[in-house]
Design a protein around this ligand. Structure first.
Ligand SMILES: NC(=O)c1ccc[n+]([C@@H]2O[C@H](COP(=O)([O-])OP(=O)(O)OC[C@H]3O[C@@H](n4cnc5c(N)ncnc54)[C@H](O)[C@@H]3O)[C@@H](O)[C@H]2O)c1
Length: 338
């Protein structure tokens, strides 16, 4: 039994492991006894969040760095989070996005091939889907990315499919909906600068770090007129990566999987839930619709449930917000020197 346990452990390279989702995945993998090596250039990541396994500061586009890393450690598989991931910024700086995301992945794939590492789990996004948006998006929904960021992810999915077809690579592309929440033990959490995600923005308003939040559009064809999104807990995402690695190591097929909880929450519901969880008032201003926002983006993750055996544990938006609240309150106290 003990021997079997040891033999099933693996050494996993996590690119972008000093970031939000990567750090939670590093913790989850380490908790299962896997070896973890984090590679991160700290462009948007944080050294203190890379606290599980070994940390290597470097860039996925740097072949020399990758050769040194793969050449000196027995890496069994790679989980690839490293990317630039702000939609608005990608519209302004498309070349940087293609360079970092697409060239970075090509560089990583070439190094994996040089060092005989076959398995890759890739962070894709629901932003690869395009209109018309149905009530529940399956993996077969039309692909039509609307931003350079989303386009870079779609290009990478295509590259992975071609490379797998040619042989030598096995991959799963995980299309996340909106990652949310934080480690329930508050050892890591979301720390994006600038922050663009709704739940942290709302919690910053609850903490008095910003005057309030602006709801962009209240005349969408949804029950309360505000946009609906699918919030999936970051620990449920981390668990899906472990299952994806198991799947690949068992020789399972390649492909794309949605990771969402299938339960949308509107912007107004998120604000109300945050007020309830924090017990604080959250000042709201109503603004105009933002171009390109679809009324509803909710994922159907049946494939991940059936093929990977994924069972997300956090369904209630209040539970998700409660974990984020603990993290953000702690960060606030730390920054205030408390
Ligand atoms: N947060 C979400 O809701 C969400 C949704 C869909 C997809 N994703 C994808 O998930 C991944 C992780 O997202 P996140 O929210 O944790 O972002 P993040 O910015 O917190 O993490 C990304 C990490 O990658 C590192 N990085 C960037 N470029 C690098 C490079 N060239 N070499 C080495 N390290 C590099 C950054 O320093 C950072 O630590 C990204 O690929 C993102 O596109 C995120």
């Amino acid at each position: 039994m003990g021997l079997l346990y040891i033999r099933s452990m693996a050494q996993i390279l996590i690119t972008g492991g000093a970031g939000y989702i990567g750090s939670h995945t590093a913790k989850a993998l380490a908790a299962q006894g896997h070896g973890v090596v984090v590679l991160d250039n700290l462009a948007t990541g944080h050294r203190d969040l890379a606290r599980w396994g070994e940390f290597v500061q470097g860039d996925v586009r740097d072949a020399t760095c990758l050769d040194a890393l793969f050449g000196s450690r027995n890496i069994d598989a790679v989980v690839h989070f490293a990317a630039m991931s702000q939609v608005g910024e990608s519209v302004l700086r498309p070349l940087e996005y293609y360079d970092n995301n697409v060239r970075g992945t090509l560089s990583l794939l070439a190094a994996m091939a040089r060092h005989g590492v076959p398995d890759l789990v890739f962070s894709s996004t629901c932003a690869v889907y395009g209109p018309p948006f149905e009530a529940l998006l399956t993996e077969d929904h039309p692909i039509a990315p609307l931003s350079p960021y989303a386009h870079s992810k779609r290009m990478i999915e295509d590259i992975l499919a071609d490379a797998a077809q040619a042989g030598g690579l096995r991959f799963l592309a995980l299309r996340y909906f909106n990652a949310a929440g934080a480690d329930p033990e508050a050892e890591t959490g979301e720390r994006h600068t600038p922050e663009t995600h709704l739940i942290p923005l709302v919690l910053q308003a609850a903490l008095g770090q910003r005057p309030g939040i602006t709801i962009l559009g209240q005349d969408y064809p949804t029950p309360d007129g505000t946009c609906i999104r699918d919030y999936i807990h970051v620990c449920d995402l981390a668990q899906a990566h472990i299952l994806a690695l198991d799947h690949l190591r068992r020789g399972g097929g390649c492909g794309a999987f949605n990771l969402g909880n299938g339960l949308g929450a509107s912007v107004r519901e998120v604000v109300n839930a945050a007020a309830e969880v924090t017990g604080r008032a959250i000042p709201v201003t109503m603004g105009q619709r933002r171009a390109g926002d679809s009324p509803r983006l909710v994922g159907d993750a049946t494939r991940a449930r059936e093929v990977l055996g994924w069972r997300p544990r956090y369904a209630d938006i209040r539970e998700i917000i409660a974990t984020a609240w603990r993290w953000h309150s702690q960060e606030h106290a730390r920054n205030a020197g408390g």
